[in-house]
Structure formats: C-alpha cells, structure tokens
Design a protein around this ligand. Structure first.
Ligand code: S3P
Length: 436
C-alpha cells in the first residue's frame, strides 16, 4: 500500500482501546469469581489471542451485540490444562504475561507464535519464573515454541528487574497471585503501571513504595481472591501516536483525538513532541476506570531536533518508531540513545527504522543503542520503498505517516500486521482526509 502527500488533516477521531489494559482486563477477569464486563476492549489480533488462550483454559468469554465483553472467571488457581498449544500470534505481551499467570498453576502449556514472536527472547521471564518453581523446555536461545510446567504451590520471589520491562514485572506479579506468601518486585526504573492499578482494582492486596532514587517496590500478597469488575478501557496512547504525529507534520492540520489514556508511565511521546515544538493541547482531562484520560487537540507545528534523556524510554517505548519520523521532518539533528530494548521488539526497531528511513531519503546513522537522524526542516521527504515492515505493526504505521509528508509517496510492503493493535488505522486516516 502506498501513502502519498496529504492535504491538511482535520476532524475528530477516537482510537481503539489500550492494548496493555485490554490484555490485563481479560486475564484478571478470567481469574475473578463471577462476571466481569469490559467496554472498549481492543479487538485486535493480539488481544484476541489472549481471549482465545483464556477460553482454552476454562474462562467463558462472550462479546455482546453492543461490543461489550463479558468474562466469567474461574477464580485464582482455577485455570485448566489447555488441550492444544496456545497460539500467541505476534503478541509478546500475551506470551510473557500468560507464562507468569500459568507459572503458579499445576498445568503444562505450550506457547507458539509467528516468525517475529519466535525470534524474541523469553529468558527474561523464564529465569525469574523458574526461581518460583516453574520449568521450561524452550527452543534454542530461550525462544518459542516453548513448553512450561507450572508449579503449585509456587515459591514467592523477591526480584529486582534487570531490564526495565512491564512485561517481566507483570509476569512475576501474575505468578504471585496464586503463590502463598509475599511476592516482591523492585523496579529501578518505573515502567507502565497498569498491572498494579488493575490488580488493586480487582481487590488484590498490593502495595507500592517509592524509594528516594525513584525505584518502585511492589509487594503482592499471594493466594488472592479477585472480585469481578466493570472495566472501561481508555483509547491507546500508543495508537494515538500515529494520528498525533501525522497532524503535527502535515502543514495546516488540526485534529482532535478523543479519549486517549494519559497515564504518566505512557505519556512520554507527548512530552517529547512538545519539547520539539509540537502544539498538543489536552482538553477534558478526566479519570476513567482508574486511569487519567483526555482529548488531544493537535495542530501542525514546525519541529526542531532533540536529544531525549534515555530515562524517558519506558514511558514511550513503543512510540520511538513514529518519533523517528517526527525527527526526520524536524529542523536539525536528533540523537536517540539508550534504546537497546528496541532491538528485541516485534522487529529490531533500530535496524528496521534505519533501513526504512534511508530508503525514503533520510540521512541516519545507526548506533548500537539508538540512532542519529538529520531532519529535513519540514521539507517533504523524498519517499520511495517498498519498506520492509518485518511483521511489525508500528513500523508499518510509522512509514504510512512518513508517506503523508513525502514527495513521491511511501510504499509499505505489508500492512497486515496493523491488525494486531490498530485494525481501524487506515479508515481513521480516511476520516482525517489523509488518504482517499
Ligand atoms: C507492554 C510492555 C512493553 C511494551 C509492550 C506492551 C505491556 O514491553 O513494549 O508493547 O503491556 O506490559 P516491555 O515491558 O518488554 O518493554
């Protein structure tokens, strides 16, 4: 598919539900006793993989005609042995969080995934979960396909995260739910805190202490009893990132993106774009289901290059690909460092972005832990392609945005991965007038 130079974008749109919160809604509801209701669930392939897995282990999950999801949970410790392998598709979050959830159940499960997921490292979760008593037979390099045998009772863990990862933190906390005693996770660098907020919301005894140096100590009392909840999922800030950057870059645009989650552990891109000179206003700030939410009014702006502090990385970890597109249109050079985690996402996002940016005429230097980008100062990018998206939804959407500010258009080799997180991406660009 080719994305070409756009006339000014305008309009009022919403983005689908938050992917992180959607996965957790299904998992925690499946562990509560009774019926939970979830509104605004992201109906993307990744979340549907989680729903299928929870069904395969005994939860009853139905979507009604109004789009509300009803989950009838089995109670903590009540998951059943799945009869077939759990197909995780492209979804690292499903895989790592479910491995945690199952680690303290007396069952054996096999996880399989697509070519992208089968390249991603799993040792970051198998290592702490093995200390809790689970055992694993994985493919070379701790990769999928992988079979795990859970431990019941599991042993509570006291763990300091060696990598800033909400997935690893969440896997351990979810394992702790069905483990006697207190599970403790220390995160030196804060990562998204949806698991903590939602576990508390479901009635778990979870406590967070913040140390003087900013480290967070999370303790969870095991053998929890979870109570069913009514959940309203806010719009995903990681999806809003694409129309947000598009509206900043296409001259003359003004776009409202309503109902976007603004949790501080996720809002790093907004801060970065504002530092670059982006005009992003938050209106109707409110709280929905324990999460801060607002409407974003984004007005096209001349941007300048930045050298963002790597400490900000966890709060915008999924937004770097599209931030690199913003940097490619900015005035001057941007230097991004401290981003080695990007090499183990759905693709190696440093290499994939560097190759794609070069292919559309941007001067870049790839670093081991980041990238240096020479901005065009607002001049349209040359364009070209086809861009190799490597089964990575955020690469596809980032280069689609680049096409809107290109001379010759940008061709994407494969838009199918977009369905994992943002099935309405192309229709949303149509609503804004970005594509015919
Ligand atoms: C996620 C955490 C992040 C993020 C992923 C979703 C989550 O991964 O990249 O898309 O829902 O916990 P890491 O925790 O591995 O950085």
């Amino acid at each position: 598919m080719t994305f070409s130079a756009a006339s000014p974008l305008s309009g009022h749109v919403t983005v689908p539900g938050d992917k992180s919160i959607s996965h957790r809604s299904l998992m925690l509801s499946a562990l509560a006793v009774g019926e939970s209701r979830v509104e605004g669930l992201l109906e993307g392939e990744d979340v549907l993989a989680t729903a299928a897995a929870m069904r395969a282990m005994g939860a009853d999950i139905v979507r009604d005609d109004e789009g509300v999801w009803h989950i009838y949970g089995v109670g903590v410790g009540g998951l059943l042995q799945p009869e077939t392998a759990l197909d995780m598709g492209n979804s690292g979050t499903s895989t790592r969080l479910l491995m945690g959830l199952l680690a303290s159940h007396d069952l054996t499960a096999t996880f399989v995934g697509d070519a992208s997921l089968s390249k991603r490292p799993m040792a970051r979760v198998t290592e702490p979960l093995a200390r809790m008593g689970a055992s694993f037979t994985s493919s070379p390099g701790d990769r999928l396909p992988l079979t795990m045998k859970g431990a019941c009772p599991a042993v509570p863990l006291d763990y300091r995260l060696p990598v800033a990862s909400a997935q690893v933190k969440s896997a351990i906390l979810l394992a702790g739910l069905n483990t006697p005693g207190i599970t403790r996770v220390v995160e030196p660098v804060p990562t998204r805190d949806h698991s903590e907020r939602m576990l508390r919301g479901f009635g778990a005894d979870l406590n967070v202490e913040v140390e003087a140096d900013g480290a967070r100590i999370i303790t969870l009392v095991g053998e929890a009893e979870l109570k069913p909840q009514n959940i309203v999922v806010p719009g995903d800030p990681s999806s809003a990132a694409f129309p947000m950057v598009a509206a900043l870059l296409v001259p003359g645009s003004q776009v409202t993106i309503a109902n976007v989650g603004l949790n501080a552990t996720r809002a790093g891109l907004i801060d970065l774009l504002r530092e670059m000179g982006g005009d992003i206003a938050v209106i109707n700030a409110r709280e929905v289901g324990g999460e801060p939410v607002g409407d974003l009014v984004v007005t096209a702006s001349a941007l300048h290059g930045v050298e963002p502090d790597p400490a900000r990385a966890p709060a915008m970890i999924d937004e770097y690909p599209v931030a690199f597109i913003a940097a490619a249109l900015a005035q001057g050079r941007s230097v991004f460092r401290g981003l080695e985690e990007l090499r183990v996402k759905e693709s190696d996002r440093i290499a994939t972005m560097a190759a794609g940016l070069r292919a559309i005429g941007v001067m870049v230097e790839e670093l081991e832990d980041g990238i240096i980008i020479e901005g065009s100062g607002g001049a349209p990018l040359a364009g070209g392609g086809p861009i190799a998206t490597r089964l990575d939804h955020r690469i596809a959407m980032s280069f689609a945005v680049a096409g809107l500010v290109s001379r010759d258009g940008v061709t994407i080799d494969d838009m199918a991965p977009v369905a994992t997180s943002f099935p309405t991406f192309v229709p949303l660009l149509q609503t804004l007038g970005a594509i015919a």
